[in-house]
Every structure is written in structure tokens, then in C-alpha cells.
Design a protein around this ligand. Sequence first.
Ligand SMILES: C[C@H](O)[C@H](O)[C@H]1CNC2=NC(N)=NC(=O)C2=N1
Length: 96
Amino acid sequence: MIAKLTDEERALALADLPQWTPVSDPDGLSRRFTFADFNAAFGFMTRVAIMAEKADHHPEWSNVYNRVDIILTTHDAGGLSQRDIDLAKAIDALGA
Ligand SMILES: C[C@H](O)[C@H](O)[C@H]1CNC2=NC(N)=NC(=O)C2=N1
């Protein structure tokens, strides 16, 4: 069972993730991505989906045309865990 991050751990992790916003329902992190068009947005989603499946850690997300809204939360922990931080960093590394 993976644990939720403590307040201290969250503060430290968020310092490295300036583009992500803490959310409370669900307890996690969110980020909006905007692309040139649907094709670019869906290509990004494909890359995230492959990483998520490899890590067995999946985003809550939605897509409208060129926009992708992502929330990272850990269902098994009932909130924000290190797995969300790791996935957020991996998503950021895509450079979208
Ligand atoms: C059985 C499987 O490993 C679990 O259900 C995984 C799958 N992906 C997951 N994704 C997320 N975001 N949280 C989880 O707790 C989670 N658990």
C-alpha cells in the first residue's frame, strides 16, 4: 500500500513542479495543456498513456479539441502520493 505524502513532502515536491496546481477533490495535482490542434493534443495523450501503462499509474484526464486537463491522484492511497510526483515529472519531461 502506497502512502499519501505528508504536508512537508508535498511542499518539497511542489517546489519542483511549478506548473502543477494542488487540488483537493480529488487530493492531487492538476495541469492544463494546450496544443495547436487535436492531433497534437492526442499525440501527447498517446505518449502519456504509454508511460502511465508502463508505470501502472494512470491519470484522470479530459480532452476537448486542443486542450488536455490532467489530474494526478493515487486511488490506492486516497490522495497524492510519490507516484503522482513521478508521473508529473515524467509528463513535464515530454516538454509539451
Ligand atoms: C491494480 C492496479 O495496479 C492498480 O489499480 C493501479 C492502476 N493505476 C492506478 N492509477 C492511479 N492513478 N492510482 C492508482 O491507485 C492506480 N492503481
